[in-house]
Design a protein around this ligand. Structure first.
Ligand code: MF3
Ligand code: CO
Length: 273
């Protein structure tokens, strides 16, 4: 059963989501070629703890790091490593925290230098698709409306692959709550959305085919064709006319723009209902 959060609980969850946004902003400021993702993961662990929270992914079903850092053809759940990031790499930085008992969980994909025209477009379209999904996160709609909107914009319009094996989710006192929020689906199908539901909406979109596999480490998910994959995630509260986005990309985008080592993707706004 999907839980309904009170207004006071939603405000606490906003604090959790914003701590993730702030952490992602710090990452946006420091990313550069030559940096290792292990360095970034260590930074994330310290920054989150310094702000009175705990990294929620660490030890979750045995996950062994603070964050998921997924480079190029890694879709999600990438392990931090000692390999140096290089010009043209893209990296999805996915961070979860528990602050005052409430979870924040969101992600952003950065491009170090120039990843090439095709991948730049994939990044932009995936970010747009997240907002197309969020536009459907209003009471009375269903989870399938969110998935349909994301799939239309990415698969139908641009021919990208929508990952089927992993989905968005409810968020609250637990990292994964009901309902599941697939990035594909039929309009009018799935769980009915109610005001006060908090969802982590997270399109995982492949440049090539939708097929993925999990490596022998039990976590790292890669595209089968080894083409790039992009991941964006927001935490949103379902409302009557427009979803309330609890996480904040604007501070991340500002830092991304100010960092000469990063390609900057354009901000996307919700179109008014
Ligand atoms: N954002 C991802 C999710 O919601 C991250 C989970 S990683 C894990 O599933 F390690 F915690 F599983
Ligand atoms: Co998530």
């Amino acid at each position: 059963m999907a839980q309904i959060k009170t207004d006071a609980e939603v405000e606490l969850m906003r604090q959790s989501a914003l701590l993730v946004s702030k952490t992602l902003t710090e990452v946006a400021t420091m990313l550069k070629p030559g940096m290792t993702s292990m360095y970034i993961d260590n930074f994330i662990g310290s920054f989150v703890r310094d702000h009175g929270a705990v990294p929620s992914f660490l030890n979750y079903h045995g996950y062994p790091f603070n964050s998921c850092l997924s480079v190029n053809d890694v879709v999600v759940h990438g392990f931090p490593s000692e390999a140096e990031l290089k010009e043209g790499d893209i990296i999805s930085v996915d961070i979860g925290v528990i602050l005052n008992g409430w979870h924040g969980d969101h992600a952003y994909t950065f491009a170090i230098g120039d990843p090439g025209e095709e991948v730049i477009k994939l990044i932009q379209v995936t970010k747009e698709s997240l907002y197309k999904g969020i536009e459907k996160a209003i009471s009375g709609n269903r989870t399938g409306d969110i998935g349909f909107a994301i799939q239309e914009h990415t698969e139908k319009k641009h021919g990208y692959g929508v990952v089927r094996e992993l989905v968005g989710h409810g968020l609250g006192r637990n990292l994964h709550e009901d309902p599941q929020v697939p990035n594909y689906g039929k309009r009018g199908s799935g769980t009915k959305l109610k005001e006060g539901m908090v969802l982590a909406i997270e399109p995982m979109i492949n440049l090539g085919k939708k097929d993925v596999y999990t490596e022998s480490d039990g976590w790292t998910v890669r595209t089968r064709d080894h083409k790039a994959s992009v991941h964006f995630e927001h935490d949103v509260c379902v409302r009557k006319h427009q979803a309330d986005i609890l996480s904040d990309y604007s501070i991340i985008e500002k830092a991304e723009k100010a960092n000469p080592n990063l390609f900057t993707s354009k901000p996307v706004l919700l179109s008014a209902e």
